[in-house]
Design a protein around this ligand. Structure first.
Ligand SMILES: NC(=O)c1ccc[n+]([C@@H]2O[C@H](COP(=O)([O-])OP(=O)(O)OC[C@H]3O[C@@H](n4cnc5c(N)ncnc54)[C@H](O)[C@@H]3O)[C@@H](O)[C@H]2O)c1
Length: 251
C-alpha cells in the first residue's frame, strides 16, 4: 500500500464495473477508505472482501445514481460509518449506440437519467459533506464522446457533453469553498461496456485504429488519473478535463 490518498474518504459509483472497480482498488491501495457503490451490490461484496483482505476499510452500498433518495441514504451511511467525505468519483454510466433518428425516447431518458442527472444528483447530495471536508475533490467521468462527435450514440454524447460543462460550472461555483471539480475523459477502454464490440472487432475497431497508440486502454490507466485528481498532488487543478485516450482526440 502506498499513501497518496491516506486520510481520505472516497465514494465511488459504478464500482462493480471495469473503471469503477479499478478505481476502488487503486484508491484503497493508496490508503483511502472507500465507499463502493453500484446499482446492485452482488459483485461489490467480492471486491470488498479483496480490499479488506489487503487492509482497507470498505463500506458497500447499493446505489442507483438516478435516484435522489438513494443518494441521500448512501451519503448518510457514509457519514455514519466514516464521519465525512473527501472525494466523490462519479463513474456509473450506461451507453446507447443509435444516432439521432434511431434513438428511442425511453433509451434517451434512461441514459440522461443515469449519466447526466445521476452526476448532478451525486454532487448535490455529497456537497454538504464535501464542503465540510474543506479539502475535497469531485471527479466526474465523461468520455472522449463528451468532447467530439462520433455520428452515433446520440443520448450518450449529449449526456457526456453535459457532464463536461456541469463539471466546469461546479468548479467555478466551489473554487473558493474547498471543493475541486474535474472531469476525466477516457478513450477506448477494455470493460464490459464495449466488450461485444471489442470481441467482434479486436484491434480493427475503428476508434482503436484512429488511436495513435494503436491499442485500447486498461481500466487501471483511468484509475491512475482518478488518483491524481483525488490527491493533493492536483491541489491547483479544478475545472479541468483530463483526457486519457492514447492520443485519440489529439488529431
Ligand atoms: N469503457 C470505455 O471505453 C469508456 C470510454 C469512455 C467513458 N467511459 C465511461 O466510464 C464509466 C465507467 O464505464 P465502464 O467502461 O467501466 O463500464 P461498465 O459497464 O464496466 O461499468 C459501468 C457500471 O455502472 C453501473 N451502473 C449502470 N447504471 C447504474 C445506475 N443507474 N446506478 C449505479 N450504477 C449503475 C453498472 O452496473 C456498471 O457496474 C462510464 O461512465 C462510461 O460512460 C467508458
Amino acid at each position: 500500500m502506498s499513501d497518496r490518498l491516506t486520510g481520505k474518504i472516497a465514494l465511488i459509483t459504478g464500482a462493480a464495473g471495469g473503471i469503477g472497480e479499478a478505481t476502488a482498488e487503486l484508491f484503497a491501495r493508496e490508503g483511502a477508505r472507500v465507499v463502493i457503490t453500484d446499482i446492485t451490490s452482488a459483485r461489490l461484496e467480492k471486491l470488498a472482501e479483496r480490499l479488506e483482505g489487503e487492509g482497507a476499510e470498505v463500506l458497500v452500498a447499493e446505489l442507483d445514481v438516478s435516484s435522489p433518495t438513494a443518494w441521500e441514504a448512501v451519503v448518510e451511511r457514509t457519514r455514519e460509518r466514516f464521519g465525512g467525505l473527501d472525494v466523490l468519483v462519479n463513474v456509473a454510466g450506461i451507453v446507447d449506440w443509435p444516432g439521432i433518428e434511431d434513438t428511442g425516447q425511453e433509451a434517451w431518458d434512461r441514459v440522461i437519467a443515469v449519466n447526466q442527472t445521476g452526476t448532478w444528483l451525486g454532487m448535490k447530495a455529497a456537497l454538504p459533506l464535501l464542503r465540510a471536508s474543506g479539502n475535497a475533490s469531485i471527479i466526474n467521468t465523461s468520455s472522449v464522446l463528451g468532447l467530439i462527435g462520433s455520428g452515433a450514440a446520440a443520448a450518450y454524447q449529449a449526456s457526456k457533453g453535459a457532464v463536461r460543462l456541469l463539471t466546469k460550472t461546479a468548479a467555478v461555483e466551489y473554487a473558493t469553498r474547498g471543493v475541486r471539480v474535474n472531469s476525466v475523459h477516457p478513450g477506448v477502454i477494455v470493460t464490459s461496456m464495449i466488450k461485444t464490440i471489442l470481441d467482434e472487432q479486436g484491434d480493427r475497431q475503428p476508434d482503436i485504429v484512429r488511436t495513435p497508440m494503436r491499442r485500447a486502454g486498461r481500466p487501471a490507466e483511468i484509475a491512475g488519473a482518478m488518483v491524481f485528481l483525488a490527491s493533493d498532488e492536483s491541489s491547483f487543478v479544478t475545472g479541468a478535463e483530463l483526457v486519457v485516450d492514447g492520443g485519440l482526440t489529439a488529431h
